[in-house]
Design a protein around this ligand. Structure first.
Ligand SMILES: [Mg+2]
Length: 444
């Protein structure tokens, strides 16, 4: 059984970080950044700051056993020609050391300055620089090197995936972070867990596959387990915001192997709990995964949990729009597919990965390519769906699904209409869909 009210209460009472602590975090970050802005040295270089990681993705959970929770902010500083990479971190720490408030709270880590509020949280302040050549970097202090990053691209990607699930991906990530911290039967950095779960979200029948939290949990775990089956050895784990860099150095083969085994087990348990029709037996089965804090909600909480009606993440159907589920294929899944969009060079305009540029102007050219672990031969299908008034007025909402007949595995499009559009790709073999991806395209 789904036990929806139980899931709502469990998330609210046990898993989620409560609003008071998030509010306190906002206040603390405001004071931290105004201190830096007021500093004689760093204040001159300050450009901006923004939440990143689990804080930006809204996947922070309440720490277990009185541990501190972790919140990261990017501190964007201007480039200083005469500085080494490590100077950005050293000077940020020096600014905190000049402050009576932070002198005793600051410690320097390899990529950040950590401000610790004992027993509650720590805030990691990560210096971040956009270099003259356009690279976005953070600092590795020990190596005295810049590391390329695209935190905003990761956050955008995560939001696209979360929107396909109507917010249920975020809840599934929190639940599995809870399982990791509560059971301590596997180890995985949060950023890798977020990536692996987000990559499993498919543009296939999203309305029913991610209709509510327990359904999304069962679906995503099962797809993750199938995908892990393909890889006895840890596969490359590219950063979705910056696919040329991987997260592999933050995990290892024994940890991966163990994670693979545990996900298989918990996926089986989630399916059993979901399929069990008898309430007490279903509750006991969910408790095998979450422990006994997963329990019957109070009467007040129960009445609050309305049965959710999932709106389609796709919105209204365009006149000629097709949906992949309606073409007679069936779903198999278990593989990965990523669409990369490249803005091609054009005089006077910025070019490069769309994940970095975030938006593209009209009258430019985009090239979409794919990365997949499905072995050839397979059929690739594309869909381009325009949205917004301009495309609509010109009868250009599109949305038909077409075969990559030439097996080019690439697709060129020009940017005509302003609006928030998307491209999807689907890999089909023997009538079964093995992998899909979805990439938003904002034209300004
Ligand atoms: Mg941190």
């Amino acid at each position: 059984m789904k036990l929806l009210a139980y899931f709502d209460a469990f998330l609210k009472n046990t898993v989620n970080l409560n609003q008071t602590r998030l509010g306190l975090l906002d206040d603390r970050v405001r004071v931290i950044t105004s201190t830096l802005k007021g500093d004689a040295q760093i204040g001159e270089l300050y450009v901006d700051h923004s939440p990143q990681g689990s804080w930006a993705h809204r996947t922070i959970i309440k720490p277990l056993n009185n541990h501190e929770f972790d919140a990261d902010i990017l501190l964007q500083l201007n480039e200083v020609d005469s500085w080494d990479p490590k100077d950005y971190l050293r000077e940020t720490r020096a600014a905190f050391k000049r402050s009576t408030t932070y002198r005793s709270k600051v410690t320097k880590k390899n990529r950040c300055c950590r401000i610790t509020y004992a027993g509650d949280c720590h805030v990691d302040v990560v210096p971040y620089i956009v270099l003259g050549d356009g690279r976005e970097v953070i600092v590795n202090y020990a190596e005295n090197e810049f590391e390329e990053t695209n935190p905003q691209g990761f956050t955008d990607w995560m939001k696209e995936k979360d929107d396909l699930t109507n917010g249920n991906l975020r809840r599934v990530i929190r639940l599995l972070k809870y399982v990791r911290d509560y059971k301590q039967t596997f180890t995985i950095p949060s950023v890798i867990l977020t990536t692996l779960l987000g990559e499993r979200v498919q543009a296939w029948d999203a309305v029913s596959r991610y209709s509510d939290t327990p359904t999304a949990l069962k679906t995503i775990l099962s797809d993750l387990s199938s995908w892990l089956d393909l890889y006895p050895l840890m596969p490359p784990l590219p950063d979705p915001g910056c696919p040329q860099t991987t997260f592999n150095h933050r995990w290892n083969q024994p940890q991966y192997e163990n994670f693979r085994k545990k996900i298989k087990l918990y996926s089986d348990w989630a399916r059993e709990a979901y399929d069990e029709d008898e309430k007490a037996a279903s509750l006991a089965a969910w408790q095998r995964i979450f422990g006994t804090s997963f329990q019957k909600p109070s009467v007040a909480e129960k009445s609050l949990a309305a049965s959710p009606q999932t709106p389609s993440p796709r919105g209204d159907r365009a006149p000629h729009e097709q949906y992949i589920e309606e073409l007679g294929f069936s779903w198999k899944g278990g593989y990965s597919l990523r669409i990369d969009a490249e803005v091609l060079p054009h005089k006077g305009f910025r070019n490069g990965p769309l994940r970095r540029l975030r938006k593209v102007r009209t009258l430019q050219d985009l090239e979409f390519s794919i990365t997949t672990d499905v072995p050839e031969p397979y059929e690739l299908y594309w869909k381009v769906r325009n949205r917004g008034a301009e495309a609509e007025d010109h009868g250009q909402l599109r949305g038909d699904i077409f075969l990559d007949e030439e097996r080019a595995r690439k697709r060129r499009e020009s940017t005509r209409w302003k609006g928030h559009h998307y491209v999807e790709a689907y890999i089909v073999k023997n009538g079964k869909v093995l992998a899909t991806d979805h990439h938003e395209v904002e034209i300004m």
